[in-house]
Design a protein around this ligand. Structure first.
Ligand SMILES: [Cu+2]
Length: 76
């Protein structure tokens, strides 16, 4: 993903999620993830624009060890 872009999260689950930057629980790596945060079922939210070239890992803060709710965004 190009620096300066944002990423849209769509919650297709039937429960809310709290999408946060790694590391858990500090969430300090990529503050751009704060644009998503708590997301209700069916809701769509976007990150803030990523301006630093790096890889941003994320997780569900309420289920931090659930691998299916983890991922990474590569900012190039
Ligand atoms: Cu967390």
């Amino acid at each position: 993903m190009a620096s300066g872009s944002s990423v849209t999260f769509i919650n297709n689950d039937n429960q809310p999620h709290d999408m946060s930057s790694d590391p858990h629980p500090q969430h300090t790596d990529c503050p751009e993830m704060n644009g998503v945060g708590f997301i209700q079922p069916g809701q769509t939210k976007s990150t803030n624009a990523f301006r630093t070239v790096r890889t941003c890992g994320f997780h569900d803060h309420n289920q931090p060890s659930t691998v299916a709710l983890q991922g990474s965004i590569v900012v190039q």
